[in-house]
Design a protein around this ligand. Structure first.
Ligand code: FAD
Length: 631
């Protein structure tokens, strides 16, 4: 971080460039917080700013920074002031519940969203131990929470290093499609990203840095694959069977926190003859190191987030790529996607105190009301609209974008426009996918693939394509949550059998299952936020803090077992289904029958969380003790 003295060696042109390429909303609020200048405070959010006001803001920021740039960190303002600043960011008032859910997004506190002991920590019995399964970001959040509470913990991971998804997925151009500043932990305040949307490699590096810096690595056993976990109800202890480099071992733990990931089990296409193909068949999550695509004929199945991320890089090397699209996707551009963070902006992040905090807040704020675009408006439809005014505007924008990227090729454009509403699935971010389709060496096939044979595949319109490599970017089996580890709860009840005999994975608050005591799932069934903007790293922290609160209570009261009551589980899931039914993805307009986050057998939302972000935040932070059975 530059000191004030170094900063002053930087000329005002540099500072002006820095301010001009920054998020001016974050500059506005940070500058106001530093100066208390009411003229700055009175400026509206940038969307409503006039050119004159914009220049006024930039001039004021440049002048102030020329004298005051520093790497100082701002303390959290008193609550009323914090709330006023948060309101200033969006220009909109918020409810108490919204404030509670969002107050830690700017991350002024040392450990945002985490819980700490109030008063003296009770003595922790020698035998008490927490085992965290998974050293991806969720496991790291859980480990941080245990560390903060002083609870003895061990992390187990079947991989040989930390990072989870970002260690496993190493396909070309893998990167986050949520802004870097929204995909980082609020407790790690000095890490600086190289790009606005990070590459997988740098996210992996970040997670491993955290694991080392906070001593989590010392508590982690890599190459440890948990194959079975059985609750010993006589002793209130989980007995884990673990495959290790030294052979199978048994380990014991009072509490198990699973952080095993939702996208853990690759889903391969079920196409006749696929096993007879003599070339290479690759799932992106198992990308072979040093795979040379140069001069190869490639079939790329899938146009979801990964297939879209891959195509540009693959097409640059391959002789030919045949893209196989089953369902058209709404694929949208992101400003600065793939772009580095310029030196000027990096300097500003370090030298305008509060800028980092407010840019984090803003990265979420744009999606606070995202749910409003994911509802069907019947009145709007009666006037001839498709879904709702806002959703139809998105549709028009995206159709315009498809046209702009495909050189007006109407035949291609018709294949690319989906027949369901935008925003009914996880947004797919364009990584030059549409442009790549216009290359001479790329073809789009929308006819179904009927069968593979040794050298290629035949399509339903009677064509045959010879290929050397098939990349099956066909996603993950999200209904196989926590698979293949076997969890045995009270009376030997099997978790997978329980879920399979019902309508798939369910949980209480996405975290607890009745009859599976002392177990918390992070990123569990129906946990993935659909709206609200809060990035997953903050949610992992919130879920870890829920487990933290429950464990604190157990330790305070000398209890050894916590279970969720069946009636609470039932009530919660009824509310979840009722909320779920309100969403666009559950309607014909939203293409319910084609959505992979909809459990097609049961016709209900599977991965996504239907509750609005502030509501779900309250449920996961204000523990309903009556729902739990502690003994
Ligand atoms: C390609 C890809 C891109 C993504 N991009 C984004 C994005 O841009 N933004 C976003 O918000 N989300 C994204 N996601 C979702 C992503 O999965 C999460 O953001 C995140 O990585 C999940 O973290 P996690 O810790 O829950 O699980 P993971 O990162 O999947 O980590 C789980 C870990 O648990 C270990 N494990 C599992 N079972 C066992 C066992 N039985 N024994 C031992 N170890 C076990 C695994 O080896 C793994 O290391 C993406 C997912 C994928 C697959």
């Amino acid at each position: 971080m530059a000191t004030a003295a170094q900063a002053q060696a930087i000329d005002t042109d540099f500072i002006r460039r820095a301010v001009s390429c920054a998020d001016l909303n974050a500059v506005r609020v940070a500058l106001y917080q530093n100066t208390g200048d009411e003229e700055i405070g009175a400026l509206p959010p940038t969307a409503q700013m006039s050119d004159v006001q914009r220049s006024q803001l930039i001039d004021a920021a440049v002048t102030w920074l020329a004298d005051n740039a520093s790497g100082a960190r701002l303390h959290e303002p008193p609550e009323a002031e914090l709330r006023r600043l948060m309101t200033l960011v969006t220009g909109k008032a918020m409810s108490d519940e919204e404030f509670a859910a969002r107050r830690d997004l700017p991350a002024f506190r040392d450990f945002p969203f985490m819980v700490a002991w109030e008063g003296e920590r009770p003595s922790i019995p020698d035998a008490f131990r927490v085992t965290i399964i998974g050293s991806g970001p969720a496991g790291i959040a859980a480990a941080m929470q245990c560390r903060l509470l002083g609870l003895p913990y061990t992390v187990l991971d079947r991989q040989d290093q930390a990072g989870g998804t970002w260690t496993i997925n190493r396909y070309p151009d893998v990167r986050v499609d949520t802004p870097s500043v929204n995909y980082e932990f609020g407790f790690e305040k000095d890490h600086r990203w190289a790009e606005h949307y990070n590459r997988g490699e740098s996210v992996r590096g970040y997670l491993q840095h955290i694991s080392r810096k906070y001593g989590i690595a010392e508590h982690t056993l890599f190459n440890h694959d948990v194959t079975r976990a059985e609750f010993d109800e006589a002793r209130d202890v989980w007995v884990l069977t673990v495959n290790t480099p030294e052979g199978e071992k048994t380990m014991e733990s009072t509490v198990v926190i699973t952080a095993a990931g939702t996208f853990a089990n690759a889903q391969l296409p079920d196409i006749e003859g696929a096993d007879t193909f003599k070339g290479l068949f690759v799932h992106p999550s198992k990308w072979p190191a040093n795979l040379d695509l140069t001069g190869k004929r490639i079939a790329l199945i899938g146009n979801g987030s990964t297939g879209v991320q891959l195509l540009g890089a693959v097409a640059q090397k391959a002789a030919h790529v045949t893209v196989i699209q089953r369902t058209a996707q709404w694929i949208s551009p992101r400003e600065n996607y793939g772009a580095p963070i310029p030196a000027e902006l990096a300097w500003l992040i370090d030298n305008l105190p509060g800028y980092w905090n407010w840019s984090r807040y803003l990265a979420s704020a744009g999606l606070f009301d995202f749910h409003l675009m994911q509802r069907v408006d019947r009145a709007w439809q009666e006037k001839g609209g498709k879904v709702s005014e806002a959703n139809d505007q998105v549709r028009d924008f995206l159709i315009g974008y498809i046209r702009s990227e495909t050189n007006g090729d109407e035949e291609l454009i018709n294949k690319l426009i989906p027949d369901y509403a935008p925003l009914s699935r996880r947004p797919v971010v364009d990584n030059g996918w549409y442009r790549a389709l216009t290359r001479d060496n790329v073809d789009l096939v929308t006819a179904g693939v009927e069968r593979f044979d040794e050298t290629g595949f035949a399509t339903s319109d009677g064509k045959y394509v010879e290929v050397d490599i098939v990349i099956a970017a066909t996603g993950f089996d999200v209904l196989k949550y926590l698979w293949p580890t076997r969890y045995k709860g009270l009376g030997g009840q099997d978790l997978h059998e329980t879920w399979d005999s019902g309508d798939g994975p369910r949980a209480y608050l996405s975290m607890m299952m009745p009859r599976f005591p002392n177990m918390f799932m992070l990123y569990g069934p129906n946990s993935q936020p659909m709206t609200g903007g809060t990035g997953l790293p903050q949610w992992w922290t919130v879920w870890a803090s829920y487990a933290g609160q429950v464990m604190m209570q157990m330790l305070r009261d000398g209890k050894t077992r916590v279970d969720v009551k069946p009636e609470a589980f039932q009530r919660y899931n009824e509310a979840l289904d009722a909320e779920g039914a309100k969403w666009l993805q559950m309607t014909p307009e939203g293409g319910i029958e084609k959505n992979y986050y909809v459990n097609q057998k049961a016709r209900r939302l599977s991965v996504s969380c239907p509750f609005l972000s502030p509501d779900f935040h309250r449920m996961c932070t204000v523990v309903e003790w009556d729902d739990l059975d502690l003994r």
